[in-house]
Design a protein around this ligand. Structure first.
Ligand code: SF4
Length: 433
């Protein structure tokens, strides 16, 4: 092997691609809008508001922002009678604004009562989230859980049974610890925690089916805040059931830490085919838009090649060869421009979300990356001639010079999109809806 010339290596190099996991398919519906989850559907992006639900207008506006950013379902807190009363108004407001994104109600402790007392709320929501650790204790808890499930069955709503290690069913945990203590070789505490999470989710789902919910109406989640813990739990959960799975790292944290931790955990699992809808639980930094969690979730899916949401901008990191910030500014300007146009472009120019744009800092890798993109520009590095070659569909098309390079390149990108995608009338092949 060591003496073999590289050209003689004839073993096939397997291209990496996400695995497929078979699951039942849930449907989360509002009007004509049907968001399928699992069962071969594209992995969905979802998010949650942090507005006061009682503020129906403010919440509707935030839901709309999240939907425009790419969230295909939006969860709202329903924690009081006032919040439950606000839900139909939020729905009405969204419908008036032409936003048909399905709403998910997040219930803890009193969900059974809120849903029973407010049929309008129960109907305006498209999916209910129940945390088995927060529905009550013992027989009372079973009764309250059953009440929510019966209402979901009555209105044909999807349900997420969402277990969280921060609010794990304490009775179940105590029972499992007692049973474990009786074993000849007891498991360690981590194993018990994993098993309690999975057992709580699957047993609750079976209970919901016994009450009258179809398996296709159920989505499961078992959220923890440690990356390795999440991977361990979801691998085991995915093997033990065929329900659609909601995937997310809970309490991921802020900024870089939250982004990296979520991306790391979700990427490993999504590559294994585990996860049918994702949420990035990012703590917004003061002043940061709530939509950032949607942007990150979409980027995770797009980076893995699972979905295409926005044209991608390839930009080099820069180095000592390019000492000005021109190309950084230009890469950002193009990226911002493309994202801002997408709400309109995604219907006007089907397939544009798969476009690749390259903005490179010098001629070392610039022309090569540009040739691999639909359209790319290679800016002059330090000491290079003040000229920026532009490549279109792999061929050098022209050279830009002078102070207006950024504006001229943006116009070239727009022109390319119009010509390449403007004539299309149907969705681009292979691009999931
Ligand atoms: S393309 Fe040029 S400027 Fe960019 S990282 Fe490579 S060598 Fe540096």
């Amino acid at each position: 092997m060591n003496d073999l010339p590289l050209s003689l290596l004839d073993d096939f190099i397997e291209p990496a691609r996400p695995a497929l996991r078979r699951s039942r398919q849930a449907e989360v519906r509002w009007g004509a809008r049907v968001v399928t989850v699992g069962g071969g559907a594209p992995v969905r992006v979802q998010s949650m508001t942090n507005s006061d639900t009682v503020d129906a207008i403010g919440t509707a506006i935030q839901v709309k922002e999240l939907a425009i950013a790419g969230s295909e379902m939006v969860r709202i807190t329903v924690n009081t009678p006032e919040a439950a009363d606000a839900v139909p108004h939020i729905r009405d407001q969204l419908d008036r604004m032409g936003v048909d994104v399905p709403l998910i109600g997040d219930f803890h402790y009193n969900g059974h009562k809120l849903l029973a007392d407010s049929p309008a709320c129960a109907q305006a929501l498209s999916k209910y989230r129940i945390n088995p650790g927060n529905v009550g204790k013992g027989e009372k808890g079973d009764r309250q859980f059953a009440q929510i499930v019966e209402i979901a069955a009555k209105y044909d709503k999807a349900v997420r049974i969402g277990v969280n290690w921060g609010s794990l069913d304490q009775e179940l945990l105590a029972q499992m610890m007692d049973d474990n203590a009786k074993r000849a070789e007891p498991f360690d505490a981590q194993q018990i925690m994993y098993r309690a999470l999975i057992t709580s989710a699957i047993e609750s789902a079976k209970q919901a089916e016994a009450i009258g919910l179809r398996g296709e109406q159920i989505i499961l989640s078992c959220k923890v805040s440690g990356v390795q813990d999440l991977i361990s739990v979801y691998r085991a959960l995915a093997k033990r059931c065929d329900y659609a799975l909601h995937l997310g790292l809970t309490e991921a944290g802020m900024a870089t830490k939250g982004t990296v931790a979520s991306s790391t955990a979700l990427a490993v699992l999504l590559q294994e085919g585990i996860g049918d809808t994702i949420r990035v639980s990012l703590t917004p930094q003061p002043g940061e838009a709530r939509t950032q969690e949607v942007v990150i979730a979409a980027e995770i899916l797009q980076s893995l090649g699972l979905r295409a949401f926005n044209p991608s901008v390839t930009a080099c990191p820069g180095c000592g060869r390019t000492t000005s910030t021109t190309f950084q500014e230009m890469a950002k300007q193009i990226d911002d421009f493309l994202r801002a146009q997408m709400p309109v472009w995604k219907t006007r120019y089907p397939g544009v979300e798969k476009m690749k744009v390259a903005v490179m800092g010098c001629i070392v890798n610039g022309p090569g990356e540009s040739k691999h993109a639909n359209i790319g520009i290679s800016l002059p590095g330090t000491g290079e001639a003040p000229a920026a070659p532009v490549y279109i569909d792999g061929e050098k098309a022209l050279t830009l010079r002078g102070a207006g390079i950024a504006t001229e390149f943006q116009a070239l990108v727009e022109n390319y999109i119009e010509k390449r995608y403007g004539a299309a009338t149907t969705a681009h092949p292979g691009v999931p809806a």
